[in-house]
Design a protein around this ligand. Structure first.
Ligand code: FAD
Ligand code: FES
Length: 405
């Protein structure tokens, strides 16, 4: 700073004060201040978007597509093909949330007044699900939801991924690839996509007509249906078998180990484990594999590394929130996030598979099981006793500190 001399500086400061007074006196009563960074951040990542179901369509004998449009002046934020939305849900008396990959394309969310997004929900097996049957069977046009989007890292990034992507999808794991395929066909996603889509029977294939039509209309897309169950006659462009190393090799660009192809894996846990083994046997470099698992294991006892009791036990879970302390019951077969929901204790969840960290809380005492595949915690969090409630199963009575949301 330049020093001009004591008196000149003091006089100068007095002039500034006078000029400021004048500015304030003539200022508009309206707040003209714009925090552009904050406004952009809110536009890109709104806390929540109010949406309404406008259409429900069957896309296979066991899957339905739900179309949502924003309401009450809300605007859909931009997202990448492959990301997911987390829907807040009230099922009977439980407040919960579930993640669903967005199966429509990003360009459709930017379509002005016709802005929308879609999810595709598979009907759950009776007795094994809580939300899927309800979303599949009972949701109708006009129903309103609060949606949080976009989430997830499962999208094509040219700086990281090869130009040619082989999608390895199982069951409802096809949904993020429908979004990518639509975006590629529209010319707004620059990559080549070969989809190897595994289903048990031809009837289980979700959006078959749309996928085949997209592949016919765009030379950058290819779709192969792979059927693992017994069938008398295979429909056109279907192959028999599993998403095996041989099949992956056949549709890769060059040798998989050379890194000319990226592999995007999405589907239920058993398929996911099998496919990762096949990719490892082909020597695919890790940087060329991207994964999305559709949820945490239904029953932790099915995991090889599970160290808990063989029968279902019930433990005491002491939950601290600020100065409040509550003792609830938690089953050994359900994640702590579900125990909190059953007891109506608010706890935010988004991915429900251990990845995003929204349900992070602190384990004060007790023991929990965290599966290797669902452990998305940072190293520092692991060391300091934090856990992701959606991916932690109690192995003893526990005390946890849950943030107030
Ligand atoms: C990133 C991502 C994307 C996904 N995309 C799709 C998709 O595109 N399409 C699709 O179909 N699925 C998708 N899924 C899976 C989806 O989120 C759900 O897991 C699936 O619909 C099954 O839901 P569910 O509640 O029926 O079963 P689960 O999610 O397995 O939930 C059952 C849980 O609810 C608990 N529960 C049972 N009763 C109660 C009660 N009274 N109170 C509280 N809890 C209870 C059970 O203990 C159990 O833990 C995706 C998952 C992820 C992680
Ligand atoms: S909800 Fe994402 S880690 Fe638990």
């Amino acid at each position: 700073m330049r020093i001009n001399g004591f008196l000149r500086d003091v006089q100068g400061a007095a002039r500034v004060t006078e000029a400021r007074r004048e500015l304030i006196a003539n200022a508009s009563p309206e707040n003209l201040y714009h925090d552009h960074i904050r406004e952009l951040a809110q536009e890109l990542h709104p806390a929540a978007t109010r949406v309404q179901v406008t259409r429900v369509e069957d896309v296979s004998p066991t899957a339905r597509r739900l179309t949502f449009e924003p309401v009450d002046g809300d605007v859909l934020p931009p997202f990448q093909a492959g990301q997911y939305v987390s829907l807040d849900l009230r099922v009977v008396r439980t407040l919960t949330s579930r993640p669903y990959s967005i199966s429509s394309a990003p360009f459709e969310a930017r379509a002005g007044e016709r802005s929308m997004f879609q999810i595709t929900v598979r009907d759950g097996k009776k007795g094994e699900n809580f939300v899927a049957n309800w979303l599949y069977g009972l949701v109708k046009p006009g129903d309103r939801f609060v949606a949080h989007l976009p989430f997830g890292e499962f999208f094509y990034e040219p700086l990281r991924d090869a130009q040619h992507v082989v999608a390895l999808a199982g069951g409802s794991g096809i949904t993020p690839f429908i979004s990518m395929a639509r975006e590629i066909a529209h010319g707004t996603l620059d990559c080549d996509l070969t989809i190897l889509y595994g289903s048990v029977s031809p009837d289980d294939i979700i959006c078959k007509d749309e996928l085949d039509q997209l592949a016919r209309s765009c030379s950058r897309l290819r779709v192969v249906h792979v059927i693992s169950g017994e069938v008398d006659e295979l429909p056109a462009n279907c192959q028999r078998g599993l998403l095996s190393a041989d099949l992956i090799m056949l549709y890769s660009q060059g040798m998989p180990a050379d890194g000319n192809t990226s592999y995007f894996v999405c589907g239920p846990l058993p398929m996911y484990r099998y496919v990762l083994g096949e990719l490892a046997s082909l020597g695919v470099p890790e940087r060329r594999i991207r994964t999305e698992v559709f949820g945490s294991p239904r029953d932790p006892r099915q995991n090889d590394d599970y160290s808990g009791p063989a029968s279902m036990e019930t433990y005491k879970l002491t939950v601290r929130r600020g100065i409040d302390e509550q003792v609830i019951l938690a089953r050994s077969t359900e994640p702590i996030a579900v125990a909190l929901e059953r007891a109506a204790i608010p706890n935010r969840t988004r991915c429900r598979s251990g990845a995003c960290g929204y349900c992070r809380c602190k384990l004060i005492s007790g023991e929990v099981y965290v599966p290797e595949l669902g452990d998305g915690r940072r190293l520092a969090d692991k060391e300091h006793g934090y856990l992701h409630a959606c991916s932690s199963w109690p192995l003893s009575d526990c005390v946890v500190e849950v943030p107030i949301v």
